[in-house]
Design a protein around this ligand. Structure first.
Ligand code: ADP
Ligand code: MG
Length: 620
C-alpha cells in the first residue's frame, strides 16, 4: 500500500478513539465543558446506557453564534493559547479535542445561546459533517445531544458492554462531578428515570449521602485542611471525608480523589490514604474516602493522558505526605486507639461474636443425632485401621456401627434426637470423630480411630455450607428465606446499578432484592443459609465481591457469590462453640464430599496419626 494522508473524517474517527472510549467518556467531556462554562445547573439525560442518547443541558455562558462551527474544529479551544498557559490552567478542558471527537462518531446536535446574545444557534453534525445550521430562540446556556454513538465505527460499538454496565459507568462519573462541585446542581436521568439529584448547596456532606448511601455517609468523618508542614513546600490543601475504621471495604475502589476539581486515578495517593489507617484497619481492608486535593496549577501536570484521568505532580512526596497527614489526623481524632479494643477482647479471651451470631448458629447447626451414641475410639483399633491417611475416603465404611455407650460429656450438652423420618445419610468421607474440645475459639480438637484431628471451624463450616448449597442448586430447590422484618439498605447509586446488573445471578442464588426508589434497596429474601444473620451485612459482602469482579456474564460469578455467601454464613474463628455445636459441625463434615479442604482450597483439618504422636513422645 502506498503512503497517503488519511481523509480528515477517518483521522477524526481514529483520534476520537483516544478521547471517546465509551458513553461515559462523552458524558465526562460534556459535563466538564458545562463546568468550565460556569454552569450552576447541569442536567444529564441518558437513554440505553448512552448508546441511544446522551444529552447534557447547562445554564453556563454558552457559545457565541460566530464561534459555533469553530468549536468543532480539532484543537479549537477557548481555554488556552500558549503552552505556558497550561501551567496556570484552571479549567477542566484545554485540549480542544472533545467536541471534534464526539461529533466524528455520532449524530450530534448543539443548541446554544451566549449569555450576551439575543438569540441562539443550533447545528447538526453527522459523523463529523455539518448537516444543518440555524438561528433559534433559546434561553442562555448550552444543550448538546449525542445520538447513536459509534454508529459509524462498528468496531468500537462491538466493544461496548451491556446497557447496565455503561449506565453504571455514567452514574459513577456524574456522581464524582457532583462530589467535586457541590455548589452545582446536578440531575441525572437514565431512560427518563431520575437517578441522581443534587441541590447545589455547596455542602459536600449532603452530596456524600447520594454518592455513598446514607448508611455509609453517617460513618464518614471530616478531613479538614492542615497547616503546611514547612513554609518552603507548595501550599497543598486536603479536605473531604473518610470512613471510620469500622467501615472498611475489600478494595481501593472506594477511595475517590480529586485534584483541583478533577477526579484522578493515583495508586500512590490511594496508598497514602490507606497508610493513614495504619494499625486501625485489618490487613487487606481499605477505607472509603472522598478527598479534594487543591494545589497551585503549576504543581500538577494534567496533560499526561488524553482523558486526563492521570496527572503528574511536581512534588509528589509532599502531596503524599499532606494527604496522609490530613487523613491520619482526622482518623486518629475520631477512632479509639486499637490497644483499647484489644484489651477488651483479651478479657473474654476471644473476639466478641458478630451481631446476629446467636441466631445464626442456631439456624445453621441442625440438631445432633449421633452425638449421644458416639463411642470413644478404643486404642486397640489403631494398628488395624492404619490405612486412614492414605485412603481417607474408604475408611469410614469399614467402621463398625456405632455402639451406644454412655455419653462422654455431661448429658445436658446433648439435644434429644428428633422424631420423624430422617433424610438418607450421605456416605462417610471421614471416620467417625469424637469431639474433645476447642482451642483458641478457632479449632476443634477431635479424636479419630487412630489419631488426632485439629479442625479449622470456619474452613470446615464453609465446606459444609458450600456442599449443601451446591446440592440444593443441582436439585433446583428453593433456597430463599423470606425476611420477615423488612431490611433495607442505603447504598450508592453505583451499587444499585451493580446489583441490577447482576440481578439474575443473585435471584438464582436466593436473594430477592428490590430497588426501592433512589438509593434504597429492599432485601426481601436471602439464601436460606444466611437466615438468622444480618441480611444487610451479608449484602454488603456480596456487593464488595461484585465490585471486585465487575465482569458481568462471567461463568464463575455465580460460584463466587455462593462462596461468599458461605463465607459470610460460616462460623467465624473466635466464636466459642458448645460441645453440641462442635459435634454437629464435625458430623456434617464427616459426610462432605471433599472434607479435607474448604471451598477456597485451604485445609480444613490437620491429622496427627497415633504413630506420629508416639514418635513425638519418643515412644517408638
Ligand atoms: P476544550 O474543552 O478542551 O476547550 P472542547 O472540544 O471540549 O475543548 O470544547 C471546545 C470549545 O467549545 C471550548 O473551549 C468552549 O469554548 C466551547 N464549549 C464547549 N462546550 C461548551 C459549553 N457547554 N458551554 C460553553 N462553551 C462550550
Ligand atoms: Mg472540553
Amino acid at each position: 500500500m502506498t503512503i497517503q494522508i488519511l481523509p480528515e473524517i477517518v483521522a477524526a474517527q481514529i483520534a476520537a478513539g483516544e478521547v471517546v472510549e465509551r458513553p461515559a467518556s462523552v458524558v465526562k467531556e460534556l459535563v466538564e465543558n458545562s463546568i468550565d462554562a460556569a454552569a450552576s445547573d447541569i442536567r444529564i439525560e441518558i437513554a440505553e446506557g448512552g448508546r441511544a442518547l446522551i444529552r447534557v443541558n447547562d445554564n453556563g455562558h454558552g457559545i457565541n453564534s460566530a464561534e459555533v462551527e469553530t468549536a468543532f474544529v480539532r484543537h479549537a479551544t477557548s481555554k488556552l493559547t500558549t503552552i505556558e498557559d497550561l501551567n496556570t490552567i484552571n479549567t477542566l478542558g484545554f485540549r480542544g479535542e472533545a467536541l471534534h471527537s464526539i461529533a466524528a462518531v455520532s449524530r450530534l446536535t448543539l443548541t446554544t445561546r451566549h449569555s450576551q446574545e439575543k438569540s441562539g444557534s443550533q447545528v447538526q453534525i453527522v459523523g463529523g459533517k455539518f448537516t444543518d445550521q440555524r438561528k433559534i430562540g433559546v434561553p442562555p446556556g448550552t444543550i448538546i445531544t449525542v445520538e447513536e454513538l459509534f454508529f459509524n465505527t462498528p468496531a468500537r460499538l462491538k466493544f461496548l458492554k451491556n446497557v447496565t454496565t455503561e449506565r453504571r459507568h455514567i452514574t459513577t462519573m456524574v456522581t464524582n462531578y457532583a462530589l467535586a462541585y457541590p455548589n452545582i446542581k446536578f440531575t441525572l436521568y437514565h431512560d427518563k428515570r431520575e437517578v441522581l439529584r443534587t441541590y447545589g448547596t455547596g455542602n459536600l456532606f449532603d452530596v456524600l449521602a447520594k454518592a455513598l448511601g446514607a448508611d455509609t455517609q453517617r460513618h464518614m468523618i471530616e478531613v479538614t485542611p492542615q497547616p503546611p508542614k514547612r513554609p518552603d513546600l507548595p501550599p497543598i490543601q486536603v479536605h473531604g471525608y473518610v470512613s471510620t475504621p469500622d467501615q472498611s471495604r475489600s478494595n481501593r475502589s472506594h477511595i475517590t480523589l480529586f485534584v483541583n476539581g478533577r477526579a484522578i486515578k493515583d495508586t500512590s495517593l490511594a496508598y497514602a490514604v490507606t497508610q493513614a489507617y495504619h494499625t486501625l484497619l485489618p490487613k487487606g481492608r481499605y477505607p472509603i474516602a472522598v478527598l479534594m486535593i487543591d494545589l497551585p496549577p503549576e504543581e500538577v501536570d494534567v496533560n499526561v493522558h488524553p482523558t486526563k484521568a492521570e496527572v503528574r505532580f511536581r512534588s509528589a512526596d509532599a502531596i503524599f505526605s499532606a494527604v496522609q497527614r490530613a487523613v491520619r489526623s482526622a482518623v486518629v481524632a475520631q477512632a479509639p486507639p486499637p490497644a483499647i479494643q484489644y484489651s477488651a477482647q483479651q478479657n473474654t479471651g476471644h473476639n466478641s461474636p458478630a451481631p446476629g451470631w446467636q441466631q445464626r448458629r442456631e439456624s445453621l447447626l441442625p440438631p445432633v443425632r449421633e452425638a449421644a451414641a458416639r463411642p470413644a475410639h478404643p486404642v486397640s483399633q489403631q494398628q488395624k485401621l492404619n490405612l486412614e491417611l492414605e485412603r481417607p475416603g474408604d475408611f469410614g465404611q469399614q467402621l463398625p456401627p456405632a455402639a451406644p455407650t454412655a455419653p462422654l460429656a455431661p448429658a445436658d450438652d446433648f439435644e434429644s434426637i428428633p422424631d420423624g423420618p430422617q433424610p438418607p445419610a450421605r456416605p462417610r468421607t471421614l471416620p467417625m470423630l469424637r469431639v474433645l474440645g476447642q482451642v483458641g475459639a478457632a479449632y476443634i480438637v477431635a479424636e479419630g480411630p487412630i489419631g488426632m484431628y485439629l479442625v479449622d471451624q470456619h474452613a470446615a463450616h464453609e465446606r459444609i455450607l458450600f456442599e449443601e448449597f451446591m446440592a440444593q442448586q443441582v436439585q433446583q430447590k428453593t433456597l430463599s428465606q423470606k425476611i420477615l422484618i423488612d431490611a433495607t439498605l442505603e447504598v450508592s447509586l453505583a451499587t444499585i446499578a451493580l446489583i441490577e446488573e447482576n440481578m439474575t445471578v443473585l435471584t438464582k442464588i436466593g436473594f430477592e432484592l428490590e430497588p426501592f426508589g433512589g438509593q434504597t434497596l429492599r432485601i426481601r429474601a436471602v439464601p436460606a443459609i444466611l437466615a438468622g444473620g444480618d441480611p444487610a451485612e451479608a449484602m454488603h459482602i456480596i456487593v464488595e465481591d461484585l465490585e471486585n469482579n465487575a465482569q458481568p456474564g462471567q461463568a464463575t460469578l455465580e460460584e463466587q457469590i455462593i462462596l461468599r455467601v458461605c463465607k459470610a454464613a460460616a462460623v467465624k474463628a473466635g466464636q466459642v462453640l458448645s460441645l453440641t455445636e462442635m459435634q454437629s459441625l464435625i458430623q456434617q463434615l464427616e459426610r462432605c464430599e471433599s472434607p479435607h479442604t474448604c471451598p477456597h482450597g485451604r485445609p480444613t483439618l490437620i491429622y496427627i496419626s497415633g504413630d506420629q504422636l508416639a514418635r513425638e513422645f519418643g515412644r517408638t
